[in-house]
Design a protein around this ligand. Structure first.
Ligand code: IVH
Length: 706
């Protein structure tokens, strides 16, 4: 199971599988939290999932999914409220977990802006309120609309409800003609306790925490109910403005306060990382006595001109970061070590723990990553935990931070049971008995059983039905496991013959636990639908090692159709020749992935299984990418010489955001050279090759930034 593996230890195909799993989990968590107001996982777990996703994407940028959770803010709005398209997108914040992340944040902004280490770069530091964000639109000083964040682009119209909140003024004196004020709706601890007491007395549902209570109360279809729930509002940001509020963040907050909004009194302007961390400590110290929940500190660049230059990544501003409060730790007994076998045969050790509460959640499992980790070594052979190994019976410290699966931080050797033995990692697969081997340079030991290993078979099937693959409604991991155990399906092709084999009169499926007439009918219909599949999804669904969703799409776009693709894979069997060269020539396909692909297609049993599957499918051809939206989309550009209006990093980020590919050197493939003063050999080469060349101003005009 890839969810137990450290991001740094994941192989490429495990990373793809893990990104698919994280996308599904985060999507579900978003819907539960934002649309249903009934979170299924804690905020810390959510952050940990997101951090894990980001870490894996950073390591494998080509695997980043089209539906990547890092590109999404919140969830689609629930039905029931009118939808509001935000005129300025509502953003999320990237997270920092320790002091080094903050120093690095400051350093990277300086680098981006081209500021020396001794130039002043001021920030504001303010508590991160644990509520839900709200955007208030005032026109000519009158509140005309209040909208929740929704997915960042479209939220819900909750104007009638917002009007019941005392902290939200109905009218403003001296405000810009158009003013969108953004901030956090929250419930105080005292009001939360009172509300739950009233709910309990009335036999109504109680809320797990003040955040849920605030969200549930704001998103009531009957505003009379919202009125009876005491909600509060802190203003900390803005959307559309007809004129600026100030030229600094702190000035803008002051202006919002002057206009009658409540701003947080713990906000402070700081002159750099040392002062920011001091304010973090101050806010953390006050946390226990505050009457509302906060889950960290938000730092924002104070100068709004610099904020504008720094701009946004897809869902987060570059000029702000949320410094989260640390995760909790707990000590418990390690009762046993289990080995789980994944889709690609990876053997992952899992610690079974005496259940213990960590940060409000009961933990009974933790990842042990791999055999080196258990022995007290990292992937470079360096000692971890001072080289202490982990043994069954040990007293271990578990934590949950930056990773959803709890980890073992430490071992208390003074509590080690007498006569305990070092853990021996199995050299055969616990599921099928095949030899488990560890290739040189790989931290993971793998079962060599391939298709005869039941664990690999079932994991492959689960991957096949996962969201980025076939995504068959009604056929999730649980159902697949059940069907597999009962011998109904052994490989993906079997899914498409389920109805013929077990569907007659729906009797057999209907008689099974958890299935009724309707769900059985729906399942067969969903399977029929899924048989029409885009090429990229099919390639990803095959579960070939090193082939993630992104790579599968690259392959699909290159080959266009299943016939061309599968023939090319057969033709590349000798691992040389034109078909092999073509495969390796695809930007984003390396030798490791190419070998895995060609091996899978030319290994007799695996190919037969793929062909059996393809016989049931209608594979949609892959569309060519749309390059019409921006003047430089799809173009390869090179920057050279000195840029005067922006740093290289800034220029690169802007070009990439417009769909251009930024390259470091000029070649026949270069479409445009942007040459500042001092441009040397690159300008000459571009001239020789006849590549179009513009100066910085020409570039800014071209992209509409002049
Ligand atoms: S600023 C463009 N400041 O945290 C920047 N957000 O994780 C927008 N939040 O969606 C956000 N306290 O709901 C900002 N002082 C604060 C905040 C804050 C809480 C929430 C907000 C945002 C989420 C991002």
């Amino acid at each position: 199971m890839t969810d137990r593996i450290d991001p740094d230890a994941l192989t490429e195909d495990e990373a793809a599988q893990e990104l698919a799993r994280l996308a599904a989990l985060l999507d579900r968590a978003n819907t539960a939290y934002h649309t249903e107001d009934a979170p299924e996982i804690t905020d810390a777990d959510y952050d940990a999932l997101k951090a894990r996703n980001a870490a894996i994407e950073a390591r494998f940028p080509t695997l980043k999914r089209d539906d990547s959770p890092s590109e999404q803010v919140g969830a689609r709005p629930a039905d029931g409220f009118a939808k509001v398209a935000h005129s300025v997108r509502m953003m999320s914040l990237s997270n920092a977990f320790d002091d080094d992340d903050i120093t690095e944040f400051d350093t990277s902004l300086r680098r981006y802006l081209g500021l020396d280490a001794d130039a002043t770069l001021a920030y504001t530091a303010e508590p991160k309120i644990d509520g839900l964000s709200l955007s208030l639109r005032y026109e000519d000083g009158v509140l005309i609309q209040a909208a929740t964040r929704g997915d960042g682009a479209v939220g819900e119209n909750v104007t009638a409800n917002a009007r019941t909140i005392d902290d939200i003024p109905e009218t403003l004196e001296g405000a810009p003609a158009v003013l969108e004020v953004r901030g956090e709706v929250y419930m105080s601890h005292e009001d939360f306790a009172d509300l739950n007491k009233r709910q309990e007395e009335a036999g109504a549902k109680t809320f797990a925490n003040p955040r849920n209570a605030a969200a549930g109360s704001l998103r009531q279809l009957d505003s009379q109910i919202t009125k009876s729930r005491p909600l509060k509002f802190f203003a900390y940001s803005w959307g559309e403005l007809s004129e600026p509020l100030s030229d600094t963040q702190s000035g803008a907050l002051q202006r919002l306060s002057d206009l009658g909004f409540v701003t947080n009194p713990l906000t402070k302007r700081c002159d750099g990382p040392a002062e920011m961390l001091a304010q973090y400590a101050e806010i953390e110290a006050q946390r226990a006595t505050l009457d509302y929940d906060i889950d960290g500190v938000v730092y924002k660049v104070d100068d709004l001109g610099l904020q504008a230059r720094l701009g946004f990544r897809s869902t987060t501003p570059r000029w702000a970061i949320a410094h989260k409060f640390p995760a909790e730790l707990a000590w418990t007994r390690l009762e046993s070590i289990d080995i789980q076998v994944g889709r690609t045969g990876a053997l992952s050790p899992v610690a079974r723990l005496l259940p213990v509460t960590v940060g409000g959640v009961v933990v009974s499992n933790a990842t042990l990553h791999n055999e080196d980790y258990i022995q007290g070594r990292d992937s470079n052979g360096e000692p971890i935990r001072d080289g202490k190994d982990i043994r069954v019976g040990d007293w271990v410290q578990v934590y949950r931070a930056g990773d959803v699966i709890p980890k073992v931080a430490d071992v208390d050797l003074t509590q080690r049971p007498e006569g305990s033995e070092p853990y021996t990692f199995p050299e055969t697969c616990p599921e099928c008995g095949s030899e488990a081997v560890r290739e040189p340079g790989d931290a993971i030991r793998r079962c060599t059983g391939g298709l005869i290993c039941p664990a690999q078979q079932v994991e492959k099937l689960k991957h096949f039905v996962s969201r980025a693959a076939f995504d068959i409604e009604g056929l999730g991991a649980k159902q697949v496991e059940q069907f597999y155990t009962d011998g109904w399906i052994a490989e993906p092709a079997d899914i498409f013959t389920l109805e013929d084999r077990y569907g007659s009169g729906m009797q057999q499926l209907k008689n099974r636990e958890g299935w009724g007439e309707k769900s059985a009918t729906n399942l067969f219909a969903a399977i029929k639908d899924a048989a029409n599949v885009p090429l990229g999804r099919l390639i990803f669904a095959l579960g070939i090692r090193h082939v993630g969703a992104q790579s599968a799409n690259l392959l699909a776009r290159h080959y266009g159709s299943w016939e061309v693709f599968s023939t090319a894979m057969s033709d590349a069997a000798p691992l040389e020749g034109p078909a092999w060269d073509e495969l390796l020539g695809i930007d984003g396909v390396g030798a490791v992935m190419a070998t895995a692909l060609v091996t899978a297609f030319n290994q007799e049993a695996e190919r037969a299984s793929i062909d059996r599957l393809a016989a049931h499918l209608t594979v949609e051809e892959a569309a060519k990418p749309d390059t019409s939206s921006s003047p430089v989309a799809g173009k390869t550009v090179v920057f050279t010489g000195t840029l005067e209006k922006m740093t290289r990093a800034e220029a690169k980020a802007r070009a990439e955001a417009l769909g251009a590919k930024v390259s470091g050197s000029v070649s026949a493939k270069t479409d445009l050279l942007i040459a500042g003063p001092g441009a040397g050999s690159k300008a000459k080469k571009a001239a020789d090759l006849g590549v179009e060349t513009v100066d910085e101003d020409g570039w800014l005009t071209l992209i509409g930034d002049a």
